[in-house]
Design a binder for this molecule. Structure first.
Ligand code: SAM
Length: 221
């Protein structure tokens, strides 16, 4: 059995009782950065062994892990924050398990785009999750595609590129399109600001942007 276990995106209290029980009970936890995850596990007195599983070794270790799981091992997969597989490693292992007939359970839990989308006040009945845009090649094609969507879309963006991203969105969506920048969700300096793209650009150009960011943009309508 593979358990996919979401972990907090900021506030350490955002972990479910079931997630803690699973992380205690499994034989092994696969973690993106074992030092980061050890801190979380220590905080909850969980001593389960950790093994490194990240974007750079994912391809190489999937086959061996799937064999261990098929032989009966109970293994949990976590990432540095939020839900594995969502802009984080996990998809390849889950796909291999599904193909090999290994049972996969993904626990419900934290992920950054859901609170951003819901708190934005922008329609959340139908939406497109884009995650990170490519930095260079393909970025403009993707932006043009997103601008034409009839429904809300959601991006993950780094604080260093937020202003550039808002400028690019204005070019393809126009300055009046409604959007939201959700910063540092669940943390001390949480900020959720919904306004036109032009107003968001003015707001975030005026100061140094820090922290983790989700951008929600209204659809073309
Ligand atoms: N697996 C994670 C999830 O389920 O949301 C996403 C991991 S991805 C590597 C990290 C990105 O998620 C950040 O750059 C940011 O865009 C977004 N993010 C993570 N935590 C956040 C937070 N507390 N507030 C706002 N955005 C956050």
């Amino acid at each position: 059995m593979l358990y996919v276990v979401p972990t907090p995106i900021g506030n350490l209290e955002d972990i479910t009782l079931r997630a803690l029980r699973v992380l205690k009970d499994v034989a092994l936890i696969l973690a993106e950065d074992t030092r980061t995850s050890r801190k979380l596990l220590n905080h909850h007195n969980i001593g389960t062994p950790l093994r490194s599983f990240h974007a750079h070794n994912e391809h190489a270790v999937v086959e061996k892990l799937t064999a261990e799981l098929a032989a009966g091992a109970a293994i949990a997969l976590i990432s540095d924050a939020g839900t594995p597989g969502i802009s984080d490693p996990g998809f390849l292992l889950v796909r291999a398990c599904v193909r090999a007939g290994v049972r996969v359970e993904c626990l419900p839990g934290p992920t950054a785009f859901v609170p951003a989308l819901v708190a934005s006040g922008i329609p959340c009945d139908t939406f497109h999750f884009e995650g990170f845009l490519p930095h260079k090649k393909g970025r403009q094609t993707r932006l043009k595609y997103l601008a034409e969507l009839p429904h809300t879309f959601v991006l993950y963006e780094s604080p260093y590129r937020l202003v550039k991203c808002l400028e690019e969105l204005i070019v393809v969506c126009g300055p009046e399109r409604a959007a939201c920048v959700a910063r540092e969700l669940s943390k001390l300096h949480e900020e959720v600001k919904t306004a036109s793209l032009a107003d968001l650009l003015a707001h975030f150009s005026a100061k140094e942007v820090k922290g983790e960011i989700v951008v929600v943009v209204a659809g073309r309508g």
